[in-house]
Ligand binder design. Structure first.
Ligand SMILES: *[C@@H]1O[C@H](CO)[C@@H](O)[C@H](O)[C@H]1NC(C)=O
Length: 354
């Protein structure tokens, strides 16, 4: 293509003799090769530098890419009833000065009629009705209205449990910016908020994906405070095999965006502990759920976490791994649909009572 254009340009120069024409062709060809090399070099420089420079210039942008927390889904999060959650209240809690968190509380389904038109006070009081309370810590995309999260709330509610689903700081309509430690602070705050109201009811923390990191860190902190949770569930959890390869756990999520392959997450003075490290310390009964066809977190990670927990001094008999066959097609988000899950949850709750 380039060669032909050079020839054509040279040929159109009618005043040149034959040897002069050849020379012109050579000169033009050489200079176009130089241009080509120059541009290639420039493009390579930009490709090399951009992932390093852009995160420094626009850290907030990268943070948004990682947590995808700012995506708007054209839903009014203050109106859960519009999303088939007619026995759910929307509320705002403040975990820290300047941080407001959007939270949905869905009561057990058998209360749906009674719940119509009720205010926050009624909902708060209902947390102490003796039914188990699940705090659901979601993953790094979207907000509490994502369909699979509504699916989890509906499932828990249909089993007669309370579901409390929070958007961490910076997600959904919550204020602030997400950071590892910020997410854990929010989750600890929510746990204590629930605990004050739930009296003697079981409180179980269910983390999904990046929420598993929040869940296990919360569980260990609660244990250190002498106020352990009753149970922890981790779904689609990852090990720190990811750390060894890429650095701290959250770094891994950056790799989901090839453009940022070489960039580092925002520096935090203190990093969250990994799931594996937390499982070594935890004494809280643990249920691990994982789909064998999980495309985000390989199933082998669940097996590794299971054996870590099994060989930890404290857990042993209190750990269970439930896998979902790859042929079911649940992948990373879909196992809430499994017809066996209600039975698994009931059994887990039962094991915590006895
Ligand atoms: C409200 O939700 C309950 C439980 O999901 C359902 O059975 C009921 O039909 C719903 N009622 C209305 C009016 O939408």
């Amino acid at each position: 293509m380039m060669r032909r254009r050079v020839d054509g340009a040279a040929a159109s120069d009618s005043t040149e003799g034959k040897s002069g024409k050849d020379k012109a062709v050579k000169v033009r060809a050489r200079s176009s090769w130089r241009v080509w090399i120059k541009w290639t070099f420039l493009v390579l420089c930009v490709l090399y530098a951009a992932p390093r420079v852009i995160p420094r210039l626009f850290p907030a942008f990268v943070q948004h890419m990682v947590y995808s927390h700012a995506i708007l889904w054209f839903v009014d999060l203050s109106r859960p009833a519009d999303l088939a959650l007619n026995h759910t209240i929307n509320m705002y809690l403040s975990s820290e000065e300047g941080i407001t968190l959007g939270v949905w509380h869905t009561v057990p389904e058998h209360k749906w009629k009674e719940a119509q038109g009720k205010d926050l006070e009624w909902y708060e009081k209902s947390l102490g009705d003796g039914s188990p309370v699940f705090i659901y810590l979601h993953a790094n995309m979207h907000n509490r209205a994502a369909p699979h999260r509504i699916g989890v709330a509906n499932l828990l509610s249909s089993l007669g449990y309370h579901a409390v689903v929070m958007d961490y700081r910076g997600f959904g309509d919550s204020t602030g910016e997400p950071t590892e430690n910020g997410l854990i602070t929010d989750s600890l705050y929510l746990y204590h908020w629930v605990k004050v109201r739930s009296k003697d009811s079981l409180v179980i923390i269910w983390g999904h994906s990046i929420g598993t990191l929040v869940a296990t860190n919360t569980a260990v902190k609660l244990q250190e405070q002498g106020n352990p949770a009753d149970g922890v569930m981790i779904e689609g959890a990852f090990t720190d095999a990811i750390n060894e390869k890429y650095g701290p756990p959250f770094t891994w999520f950056y790799l989901k965006f090839p453009w940022y392959f070489f960039s580092a997450p925002p520096k935090e003075s203190k990093r969250a502990e990994s799931n594996a490290d937390n499982l070594k310390k935890m004494r809280t009964p643990l249920l691990i759920l994982h789909s064998e066809d999980d495309q985000v977190v390989p199933f082998t990670m669940a097996q590794e976490l299971y054996s870590t927990a099994k060989s930890a001094p404290n857990l042993k008999e209190q750990v269970k791994l439930i896998s979902f066959d790859g042929s079911l097609g649940y992948r990373h988000n879909g196992l809430y649909r499994d017809p066996a899950l209600p039975g698994i949850l009931r059994e887990f709750v039962q094991s915590l009572i006895s």
